[in-house]
Design a protein around this ligand. Structure first.
Ligand SMILES: NC(=O)c1ccc[n+]([C@@H]2O[C@H](COP(=O)([O-])OP(=O)(O)OC[C@H]3O[C@@H](n4cnc5c(N)ncnc54)[C@H](O)[C@@H]3O)[C@@H](O)[C@H]2O)c1
Length: 444
């Protein structure tokens, strides 16, 4: 089948590569010439495990092309996927300018039946807006061309995106036309083999499903963080509590880890956008407001602990920072907790020596060269001359370090662990002051 994908970011690239992998002819269109040039030169602009080899294989086989040529993109695919960004606007609502621009581009050029498949995360009613935009452009052109608009939200997780796309838990299809459902069923058949994963529904419900999924996951995290803060005050250990509640199958162990807040390109913006959607229909979504508020507060926890330990005297202190990405296995630093911590430390006059296995280019792209940020090429190098260590991302590499070496390198034997990687008793035995999230502090 012929597929065009607008937007070659995390979602567009993974979708394009995986659809090509099963034999489709895919054209990926992006407006970012630099990104397309890199892709055509064999580079993959993001870090996503396994993505490079799928892209290489399919580009070499001629099934996957990258271009900025919108004419060629619209002419190519029966399926026209929209996978562009929907960042938060000033008021928290999803900014739909990129989605609308793609809809216009398609409407301006299409000359035969097209299925416009929206994969971007968008407010309920956006499919209608896309349809209206295309109809308006067709009317300007004084032509009649048939098309359908489908909502097909994406649920991939950065860091495991290829696996998630190839073996999805579910494929949500929102349409009002049974014929398009069947065409999408055929497109997704290779990913839908041992049992039916297609969940078909009306368009509005599909649009809301994506927000509901992310808001539910964000709620789980904020709930655990709320409990973690309470546990600290009550002298309980949230990690014990986590296992205690996770053993109830109605609760489960997944996604109930306390920490220094959620980040990334999805949860923060999607919770905000859903809250805004609710406000627009005169429904104050109290739970969503609380989820966001708890997370904003949680992102400050590590700084507060550091500030407390050093009695608000952080000027000219240096902190080793392990982990910059918002979670392991990605280089994505959008809304990452590391950014909140670094910016607070800098504002207090401290310096940061940072290491992340894959996000070093990204941190440099965001902050550039600055005297209070030293980028280090190993966890050990980050410790050199540092007063204390803070951990923000739970990379496997950080799980079992040489504690004696850490202690020897740091001026104060203090670790501020935003992901509860270590056993407090063990760290106590190693002679550290150790501050996790929600588990009582050791030393200090
Ligand atoms: N990143 C995730 O894990 C994830 C998961 C599920 C859903 N989503 C949703 O998918 C959408 C895309 O997210 P992303 O992380 O891939 O974004 P991204 O920022 O990584 O990529 C978006 C791309 O779209 C391109 N673009 C913008 N306007 C364009 C146009 N008119 N024509 C062609 N390309 C254009 C940009 O240059 C950019 O390369 C968002 O709505 C997001 O919420 C993201």
């Amino acid at each position: 089948m012929k597929v065009t994908i607008f937007g070659s970011g995390y979602v567009g690239l993974v979708t394009g590569a995986c659809l090509a992998e099963v034999g489709n002819e895919v054209v990926c269109v992006d407006i970012d010439q630099g990104k397309i040039d890199r892709l055509n030169q064999g580079e993959v602009p993001i870090h996503e495990p396994g993505l490079d080899s799928v892209i290489d294989r399919n580009r070499d086989a001629g099934r996957l092309q990258f271009t900025t040529d919108v004419d060629a993109g619209v002419a190519h695919g029966l399926f026209q996927f929209i996978a562009v960004g929907t960042p938060p606007d000033e008021d928290g609502s999803a900014d739909l300018q990129y989605v609308t621009a793609v809809a216009r581009s398609i409407g301006e050029r299409m000359s035969e039946y097209r299925i416009i498949v929206n994969k971007s995360t968008v407010p309920v009613g956006t499919a209608d807006r896309v349809r209206d935009t295309v109809n308006a452009v067709l009317a300007e052109r004084q032509v009649k061309v048939e098309f359908d608009v489908v909502s097909n939200p994406e649920f991939l997780k950065e860091g495991a995106a290829i696996e998630d796309f190839m073996k999805p838990d579910r494929i949500v299809i929102g349409t009002d036309n049974p014929r398009t459902t069947e065409l999408l069923r055929a497109l997704y058949a290779p990913f839908n083999r041992n049992h039916d994963r297609l969940v078909c529904m009306d368009i509005r419900s599909a649009e809301l499903t994506k927000y509901a999924a992310n808001a539910m996951l964000a709620t789980k995290i904020s709930f655990m963080n709320e409990l973690a803060n309470l546990a600290e005050k009550l002298g309980a250990d949230i990690e014990k509590v986590r296992v205690g509640i996770g053993s109830d199958p109605r609760i489960g162990y997944h996604f109930i880890y306390p920490g220094c807040g959620y980040g990334g390109s999805c949860f923060p913006k999607d919770v905000k956008a859903l809250e805004r959607i609710a406000r627009d229909v005169d429904y104050p979504a109290q739970l969503l407001q609380a989820v966001e508020g708890v997370n904003d507060r949680q992102k400050l926890r590590l700084f507060e602990k550091i500030d407390g330990y050093f009695k608000s005297d952080l000027k000219d202190k240096t902190f080793a920072l392990w982990g910059l990405a918002f979670k392991p296995n990605t280089d994505d630093m959008r809304e990452a907790s590391s950014r909140t911590l670094m910016e607070k430390l800098w504002a207090a006059g401290a310096k940061v020596r940072a290491f992340d296995p894959v996000a070093m280019e990204e941190v440099h792209r965001i902050y550039g060269d600055r005297p209070d940020l030293v980028l280090c090429d190993s966890p050990e190098a980050a410790l050199e001359g540092a007063d204390a260590l803070a951990i923000v991302t739970e990379w496997n590499l950080f799980r079992s370090p040489d504690f004696a070496a850490i202690k020897a390198a740091l001026k104060s034997p203090a670790i501020f662990d935003g992901r509860n990687l270590y056993d407090p008793e063990h760290l106590k035995g190693e002679g550290f002051d150790y501050f996790g999230i929600g588990r009582g502090n050791v030393g200090g």
